[in-house]
Design a protein around this ligand. Sequence first.
Ligand SMILES: [Zn+2]
Length: 111
Amino acid sequence: MSHMKIHKGDQVKVVTGKESGKTGKVLRVDTESHRVVIERLNMVKKHTKPNPKKNPQGGVIEREAAIDVSNVMLVCPACGQPTRVGFRLLEGGGKTRTCRRANCGKDIDKA
Ligand SMILES: [Zn+2]
């Protein structure tokens, strides 16, 4: 089982590519391809065929395209800074992600 450092619902900052510097909320995580979909970031236009029920005209819709997880950093909810992610084993089992910033180091996941 692959373990992703980014989870659904996280705030992340994009660090490379055309959306570099922007932050947003993770809508979906694909653990197979290691890609994440971030709310209102990396929008692409998709051409749609006319659909009598939903969209009789057809045309162009915009939707989020996935970004490789290596192109984003987690924004730590404790310090509000983008950080690399560490892991820490919890007493009684399980583990939490941790902020790797020296002046923070807080647990990211609430047990
Ligand atoms: Zn932090």
